[in-house]
Design a protein around this ligand. Structure first.
Ligand code: HEM
Length: 342
């Protein structure tokens, strides 16, 4: 299997490689995280948040937000029961009419340190037709004392390619292992989501720190215990839950210390680092207009504001351009990116 590509990678290459991973993808929709649900609510920063950042949405008081929960796949088929990545994207509406976004997934680590590595990973994951295990496969499974593969709901997948790629590229391995350990949640509101990159925070005194962010569900993380959860329960579950009560998430920031890489989302940080509660997200209802709030809305992890800015993580920088391209391709709202655009 090929090593990660080192050459300059274009947004178009990354975008096309992602599309190739989902042969049933429908043009005009998101290349990944295609199935999702838009919701509304607000964010309330904590009292200490302002000590770390001068960004407007951490200054104090409630900030209205648009939220989108999503599955990870680029297929248009609703497959809530799959062991897939889940996403939580939040758009903070700022006082002057601008916006800033925070885009997170349920993986604690990413599986690529550079755009070249991501390109190689995406290409390695192009699905190939699955063949049924032969009698010999079954005997070999038993002799190696390994669990046989779980039954799949698709006729093709790219797992073998991804595993071979991870084998050849050590930095891809931790994120791949994390992806293989994903569970199916009982609710979008019972998942912990992570932004993975470090962001550069500057406070009112000009002090700079780097932090990683997570949304922690106040209701707690809860995996589905059924061996085969239904394929379409997450949207209805969320609507029913929000009719009873809002869903809350604590925004937790881990502050980088000496030696923690702030430009590499494949590596863990020291677990003893300072962790700060930066605020609370309160999701109050499913949006009435799912075309505007679920399909057309566009998030971009580099749509940031002074006081809360990008690090030099090359994956984060590349994402900015790919999301913008994707937004244009599917006619999303809020392109081109920038702190002033919604
Ligand atoms: C090089 C790495 C990555 C590339 C090229 C990439 C690309 C994309 C693209 C093109 C979209 C669709 C955007 C749109 O049309 O609006 C998307 C959606 C998304 N991505 Fe990524 N992504 C990458 C890494 C990540 C990471 C590290 C995270 C989380 C920390 C993430 C989370 C999401 C989420 C949650 C969505 C759905 C956004 C929504 O609800 O509209 N992605 N990604």
């Amino acid at each position: 299997m090929e090593q990660a590509e080192q050459t300059v990678v274009t947004p178009e290459q990354l975008y096309e490689a992602m599309l190739a991973d989902y042969p049933d993808h429908v043009r005009g929709t998101r290349p990944v995280h295609t199935v999702g649900v838009g919701a509304t609510g607000y964010f309330e920063p904590s009292r200490v948040a302002g000590q770390y950042t001068a960004a407007e949405h951490f200054a104090g008081g409630r900030v209205p937000v648009a939220v989108r929960f999503a599955n990870g796949s680029g297929s248009p088929t609703v497959r809530d029961g799959a062991r897939d990545v889940r996403g939580l994207s939040v758009k903070f509406h700022l006082a002057g009419g601008g916006a800033t976004d925070l885009v997170m997934i349920s993986l604690p680590l990413f599986f690529a340190a550079t755009p070249g590595e991501f390109l190689g990973f995406a290409r390695a994951g192009v699905p190939v037709p699955r063949r049924a295990p032969s009698a010999l496969d079954k005997v070999l499974d038993a002799l190696r004392l390994r669990a046989s593969a779980p039954p799949s709901d698709t006729t093709a997948d790219g797992l073998a390619g991804v595993m071979a790629y991870a084998d050849a590229n050590p930095s891809v391995r931790p994120g791949t292992v994390a992806a293989l350990s994903l569970v199916t949640p009982t609710s979008y509101a019972r998942v912990a989501y992570h932004a993975l990159h470090a962001f550069k925070l500057t406070n009112g005194d000009g002090v700079v720190r780097y932090g990683r962010f997570s949304w922690e569900p106040v209701a707690g993380v809860r995996p589905h215990l059924d061996a085969r959860p239904p394929d379409d329960y997450l949207r209805d579950e969320l609507a029913a839950r929000l009719q009873r009560d809002p869903a809350r998430f604590v925004l937790r920031m881990t502050v980088a210390g000496q030696g923690d890489p702030v430009d590499d989302p494949t590596r863990w940080w020291d677990t003893t680092r300072v962790r700060v509660v930066m605020g609370e997200l309160v999701v109050t209802g499913v949006a009435d207009d799912q075309v505007a709030a679920g399909e057309r809305i566009s998030f971009n992890p580099t749509r940031l504001v002074p006081g809360f800015e990008c690090s030099h993580d090359p994956i984060l920088v590349a994402r900015g351009m790919v999301y913008e391209l994707s937004c244009r391709e599917r006619g999303g709202t809020g392109c081109p990116m920038g702190s002033g655009s919604p």
